[in-house]
Design a protein around this ligand. Sequence first.
Ligand code: FES
Length: 106
Amino acid sequence: MSKITYVSSKGVSQTVDVLDGDSIMEGAVQNNIDGIVGACGGCLQCATCHVYVDEAFLPKFDEIEPEEEVMLASTAAERRPNSRLSCQLRVRPEFAGCIVTMPDSQ
Ligand code: FES
C-alpha cells in the first residue's frame, strides 16, 4: 500500500492509499477521484488516464513503451515531458508519496 497524491487541474489535492500492483489509474477510479477516467480499463485504447508525474518521481517509473507513446500522441490535453498514462504506472513501494497532476481535460 502506498500513498499517492492526486492534484486536480485547479490545484486541489487528495492523498489516498493505493495497493501495490494496482495502477495509478485504478487507484483514482477506486477512490472516486475526478480527473482520471480510465475508459478502456487500462488497455491502452483511450488515453483518458493522462497525468503529469511529479518530476522527482518520473525516473522511478518504467520507461514509456512504444504502445503508450502512440497513445500519448492523442491526449486531449497538452502533452508535456512528464506526461504518462496512469494505467501504465503500477504502484510499487518506492513510489510512496508520488504526486500526479491531472490535466484539465481527458
Ligand atoms: Fe485507457 Fe489508460 S485507461 S489508456
